[in-house]
Design a protein around this ligand. Structure first.
Ligand code: ADP
Ligand code: 5GP
Length: 199
């Protein structure tokens, strides 16, 4: 897949600190977005959370499997996220499927992975999701209740660092009101789709 005018790259990168609402927004976009869009299912070495299904939420891999696939060049990007020792990566196969269907690939990835995608595809649509305050991240993470205290504190520390990267993204969206945030992203995508259609 190339980033040239003959073959427009339909890649949307969504990043933001843990608890900013990325997963919630992704689910809404898949249902409501006016442009054809497909979620890229990442590979990860972290353990599934209760209710998470292999191949649906993530492709859950052992570290050895992940390493083999990485060496085989199967990842568009990958990173160790949140200093947990857990690896996450975007598979070429996921993006290729969407590209063949002329659908947008929606990548919910961390800031390091996003930088790799930006270098590879300067025309990718990059969106950083934020909240009005750090206190609100903490409130939402605690309300979600999926992390231990130690992991939660680490994610808050990472959030402070990730927020410094927001300016590298083409769009910043404050997820204060969910409907407003989803509508804003839908508008961004519809505008870019219209540009592609007009070529
Ligand atoms: P992330 O994927 O960025 O870690 P989640 O999508 O899991 O974040 O959202 C974190 C928590 O905040 C979840 O419990 C979710 O239901 C909630 N949430 C998401 N968006 C909003 C919003 N706009 N207002 C209030 N709560 C929200
Ligand atoms: P979680 O463990 O909460 O599902 O995800 C933790 C973090 O991993 C999130 O910030 C998410 O954006 C990031 N992440 C998920 N998939 C990928 C991926 O394929 N690549 C990269 N670089 N980060 C990812």
């Amino acid at each position: 897949m190339t980033d040239d005018s003959s073959q427009p790259v339909r890649v949307v990168v969504l990043s933001g600190p843990s608890g900013s609402g990325k997963s919630t927004i992704v689910q809404r976009l898949i249902r409501e977005c006016p442009v054809p869009i497909r979620q890229s299912i990442s590979a990860t070495t972290r353990a599934p959370r209760p209710g998470e299904v292999d191949g649906e939420h993530y492709h859950f891999l052992t570290l050895a499997e992940f390493e083999t696939q990485r060496k085989n060049g199967e990842f568009l990007e990958c990173a160790e996220v949140h200093r947990t020792g857990n690896w996450y990566g975007t598979l070429w196969s996921e993006v290729d499927v969407a590209q063949k269907l002329k659908m947008w690939s929606l990548l919910e990835i961390d800031v390091e992975g996003a930088q790799s995608v930006m270098r590879m595809y300067p025309h990718a649509i990059t969106i950083f999701v934020t909240l009005p305050s750090l206190d609100e991240y903490e409130r939402r993470l605690r309300a979600r209740g999926t992390e231990s205290e130690e992991v939660l504190q680490r994610r808050l520390q990472t959030a402070r660092e990730e927020l410094k990267m927001a300016g590298c993204y083409r769009h910043q969206i404050v997820n204060d009101d969910l409907d407003t945030a989803v509508q804003a992203i839908c508008r961004i995508l519809a505008t870019h789709q219209a540009e592609i259609n007009a070529r």
